[in-house]
Each structure stands twice: as C-alpha cells, then as structure tokens.
Design a protein around this ligand. Sequence first.
Ligand code: NAP
Length: 276
Amino acid sequence: MTTAAPTVPLSHGTEMPLLGLGTARMDDAEAAEAVRTAIEDGYRLVDTAENYGNESGVGRGIRDAGVPREELFVTTKLNKRWHSVDGARQACENSLERLDLEYVDLLLIHWPNPDQDRYVEAFEGLLRLREDGLVRAVGTSNFKPHHLDRVLDATGVAPEVNQIRLSPYATRASTHAYHVAHGIVTEAWSPLKPATMLEDPVIAQVALRRGCSPAQVALRWLTQRGIVTVPKSGSRERRLENLRSVEVQLTPRDLDDISGLDRGEDQVTDSDEFGH
Ligand SMILES: NC(=O)c1ccc[n+]([C@@H]2O[C@H](COP(=O)([O-])OP(=O)(O)OC[C@H]3O[C@@H](n4cnc5c(N)ncnc54)[C@H](OP(=O)(O)O)[C@@H]3O)[C@@H](O)[C@H]2O)c1
C-alpha cells in the first residue's frame, strides 16, 4: 500500500481526500475490479454517478475491498430529471440501493441544466438529505459562478464542492477564485486530458526536474493547491502512479510554469448549453 492522499476540510465538517479514482466509462465489472484494487492500494475516494451506469459495480468493489466504510469517501451525482426536493431524495435512495450503502459522503448535482431552471430546488433537496444523514456533504458539478450565485441567494448555503473540468490546459482561474472566496472546494474532472497535454514540453521539463511522470506533474499541480481530483485509469499500474503523485513536491516556479499553459475556456463544455 502506498501513501494515503492528504485530505481537505469541507465546510460542513467532513474531510475529503485530495486524490481519488474516477470511474466514467467503466462498466460494472471493470468498476468493481478497479475500485477493489484501488482501495487495496490505498485509494480512499471513489467518484461515480447515476449517469455512468456503474454504481452497482462500484459498490461491489467497495465491499470486496473490505475496508471499514467510515475510512472511505464515496461521491455520486444525480441527473436532470431529479431536480426537485422530492426528486433529489428519490435519486439518492436509488443510488444508495445500487451502491448498497447507507449513506454517500458527497452527492453532486451533475449539471445545472439552466433550461429546466430547477437546480436551486435540487440543491434544497440535497440540504434535506444532509440533515437526514443520507449524505454527509452536498455539492454541484459544472456550475458556473452565476449558477452558484443563484443557489447562494436562494438558500444562503454554498455547495461544499463544485466539480468542474480543470487541467493545466484549462486552469479555470476565475472560477477557482470564486470557489475560494465562498468556501467551496474545487474538484477537477478530466485532469489528464487531452492526452497530448502529457507530452507538453513544459510538463515534461517539470517531470524531469522532479524525477516523476508527466501525469504525476499534472495531478500534483492540482492537489498541491488544495484542488481535489479523480483521475480514471483502467490500469492498476497507472492508478498507483496517479496516487503516488501526492508524494511529489513541486516548487512555486513549477506551479507557475504549469499554470502558464492555460488555453482558456475553449475546451470546457458550456454548462449553459449542455447537461443531463
Ligand atoms: N462531473 C462531470 O461532468 C464529469 C465529467 C467527466 C469526468 N468526470 C469524473 O472525472 C473522472 C476523470 O475524468 P476522465 O475520466 O474524463 O479523464 P482523466 O482521468 O483526466 O483521463 C483519463 C485518461 O487518461 C489515461 N491515464 C490515466 N492515468 C494515466 C497516466 N498515469 N499516464 C498516462 N495516461 C493516463 C487513461 O487511460 P487508461 O485508462 O488506459 O489508463 C484515460 O484515457 C471521471 O472518470 C469521472 O469520475 C466527471
């Protein structure tokens, strides 16, 4: 087993590991195997979603790993059809049944779907689930600052986490600054994409200086700044490599060099237009 990922405190009192396992595009069988071996190797955070269709496999992997439930941090996400107070409860109960768990550590609204305009109600539903102990932390995904403003204005409560696409090629500096100002932890999805980013000469130079891999540089650039991330890999070896990124120490210059790779918002899916 390797070094456990350090944790970051969430605003309602729980602690979230800074690095975990993403499971998008894994079927139940792949997810069960990946989750079990990842936990055996030291992972404590697992990211799934109703939309990935693999919550049963993720739950099986968790059970097969045999680690006490309270040592794990499990995130899932609900789809657009559940954007209401009752809907959020139904979605949560459905996910808990598929996962075969009594609570999830973090439930996210997967996309804001502003055309439907019911994400505030969905968030109110999440707050009730937190009161009732079915979820330990509440959050959003793919929300822009103006969506978060609406949630804050209506409920007076900020999501504890906002999971967004973020990588050295899409640094999302202003959105991250908004999160910091409101006590929201930023979580990065697709931290290793596009694959060509891992061949970028700047990332390669930092990797050479620190004696680590380009993927470890991209991941550590996130976690060293308090940003949670959940890289996905179908390979046990690469999952270990990704977890071991937390042992790398980047210098302020390394961090700045990598931040300088930003290509803006072009490759970030517009969540005012897309969602599910
Ligand atoms: N909230 C949302 O809307 C949203 C959207 C997308 C994703 N997510 C979450 O974020 C997670 C991560 O995002 P992602 O799966 O899109 O992309 P990612 O984790 O950035 O990249 C995955 C790709 O990188 C490769 N890879 C993994 N580790 C590597 C390494 N050490 N060296 C070289 N290549 C490596 C993987 O290949 P192999 O599998 O062959 O190793 C795979 O092709 C998802 O699994 C999901 O849980 C959330």
